[in-house]
Design a protein around this ligand. Structure first.
Ligand code: S3P
Length: 183
């Protein structure tokens, strides 16, 4: 059980193509929370597409913007936050998120991710000849970070509906438990 921490928000983390934005939008609707996708918010604030930031300022600039935004989430309430796939693998971002979020990782295997992202050309880190190999390498390198989440939900062979239900159930339980423990 999580105690001594605000779970006012729900953050979804996990690899590109894990379903964070799609699941997050549904979950936010059910909870009547605001929905924020960190990539979209970064694009809105900077007036630049993620690809553009990577192309001009490099990944370092993107990570700096992402880090600043992550720090802000500690002040948010009733928000479902879909994070960029690399967010918790940099700096102390996971600790910052945890200040006011229950952090759920949506897990998917290399094969599942490959199937989900192969038609999509928007992700700067996946513009590679060997897409499957790149996903496999990055997923292995990042797994230790994703495992530090409060909870992992496997999305392999699960429908969107099932994942949404699972995420909702787990968040509601963690939220209720932390409230009860605070009394
Ligand atoms: C990234 C994931 C992307 C985006 C950027 C970097 C990553 O977000 O933040 O391209 O390092 O995994 P999605 O996970 O929403 O695709």
């Amino acid at each position: 059980m999580i105690t001594g921490r605000s779970l006012a928000n729900l953050s979804l983390v996990g690899f590109m193509g894990a379903g964070k934005s799609t699941v997050g939008r549904y979950v936010a609707g059910r909870l009547r929370y605001r929905f924020v996708d960190t990539d979209t918010l970064i694009e809105q604030r900077t007036g630049r597409k993620i690809q553009e930031i990577f192309a001009t300022g490099g990944e370092a600039e993107f990570r700096a913007i992402e880090h600043e935004l992550t720090g802000e989430t500690a002040q948010w309430k009733r928000t479902v936050i879909a994070t960029g796939g690399g967010l918790i693998t940099f700096d102390n971002n996971l600790d910052l998120l945890r200040k006011a979020s229950f952090v759920i990782c949506l897990w998917a295997s290399t094969d599942t991710i490959y199937r989900r992202v192969r038609g999509n050309r928007n992700r700067p880190l996946l513009q590679t000849e060997d897409l499957r190999g790149t996903i496999d390498r990055m997923l292995k390198a990042r797994a230790e970070f994703y495992k530090r989440s409060d909870l992992i939900v496997n999305t392999d062979n699960r429908s969107l509906r099932m994942v949404v239900q699972q995420v909702l159930r787990q968040y509601r339980k963690a939220f209720a438990d932390s409230r009860a423990a605070a009394k």
